[in-house]
Write a protein that binds this ligand. Structure first.
Ligand code: NCD
Length: 307
């Protein structure tokens, strides 16, 4: 049976091309499972998983929990608010206490880049990064690629524009790694202040004109302005941002050719996307959410073989 090259999922950067292929192929089988009348398989019956969330989440947390339950794992949920973290406990102590209760895998979201890497080198459980600050969000990139492949087939040579707040987005960095490993041509587009200088060294195209980006790409993956991570003003106002970078249905319709519109959520309607764009036939935003469960099932299932 094919296996992953790793026992943790910390980022896309450290996955091989074969790992990505294996996860996406396995997800296809799990997508079939979750569309059956009985959406459950016994694969992880003997595994206990803790979802440890130090940052807010709706989709990612529910998606992991459903994926775990569809695989018949035992699940416990921990969120930092209302926990002993507020009493001064360290991350490692918190997690070691959870592990003492015989937990096998940790799914963690944390505001500090590198927090899951720190844990992975210190605990015996498999660690899955569900978003570490502005760094990586590997399962989001995998579900994005899975969703793109459903629409476009093999991504080699396909043109993907990632539009919005690249500086503060872990979705952007994980997508860049994931798409480049599959041979796609990637552009990042946004105001100069929201595109970090190191982007040039990653070999992506850099654009500042959203209409040019839309005219160029097969897929527009649109990101939220991460106001909660911005300590200074990167642009004058949200109104001005949406005037220059907001995408409307009319802009998509006028292209007169197919374009796939994506967004990891949560959408700020009226800022990066108008409602008529988000709800248009170009959009596969809810397909992304459906596919997230199948992709996370694949990740959990494959990592459980590496124990
Ligand atoms: C993203 C995240 O948390 O990084 N959302 C998600 O996981 N679906 C993007 C965001 O918060 O804008």
């Amino acid at each position: 049976m094919p296996q992953l090259s790793t026992r943790h999922l910390l980022g896309i950067n450290t996955l091989t091309v074969n790992d990505i292929q294996l996860i996406l192929e396995t997800a296809t089988q799990f997508k079939e499972v979750i569309n059956r009348p009985i959406k459950k398989v016994p694969s992880l019956r003997d595994i206990t998983i803790a979802n440890v969330f130090f940052e807010n989440s709706t989709r990612t947390r529910l998606s992991f929990e459903l994926a775990e339950k569809r695989l018949s794992a035992d699940v416990v949920n921990f969120s930092a608010s209302g926990s002993s973290v507020k009493k001064g406990e360290t991350l490692l102590d918190t997690v070691n206490n959870i592990l003492a209760m015989k937990v096998d895998m940790i799914v963690m979201r944390h505001s500090s880049p590198g927090a899951p890497h720190y844990l992975a080198s210190r605990i015996p459980a498999n660690v899955i990064n569900a978003g570490d600050g502005t760094h990586e969000h590997p399962t989001q990139a995998l579900l994005d690629s899975f969703s793109m492949r459903e629409k476009l087939g093999d991504l080699a040579g396909k043109r993907i524009a990632i539009i919005g707040d690249i500086t503060h987005s872990r979705v952007a960095l994980s997508n860049i790694y994931c798409l480049q490993k599959q041979g796609a041509d990637v552009m990042v587009c946004g105001p100069t202040t929201l595109i970090p200088k190191h982007m040039a060294s990653l070999g992506v195209r850099i654009g500042h004109d959203v209409r040019e980006a839309l005219a160029w790409c097969d897929v527009a993956n649109v990101l939220r302005i991460q106001l909660e991570r911005q300590q200074i003003k990167y642009f004058p106002s949200l109104r001005e941002y949406s005037l220059y970078y907001g995408i409307s249905r009319q802009m998509l319709d006028e292209l007169d050719r197919p374009i796939v519109l994506m967004h990891p959520g949560p959408i700020n309607r009226g800022v990066e996307l108008t409602s008529d764009a988000a709800d248009s036939p170009h959009s596969i935003i809810l397909d992304q959410v459906e596919n997230g469960v199948a992709v996370r099932m694949a990740v959990l299932y494959l990592l459980a073989q590496e124990r």
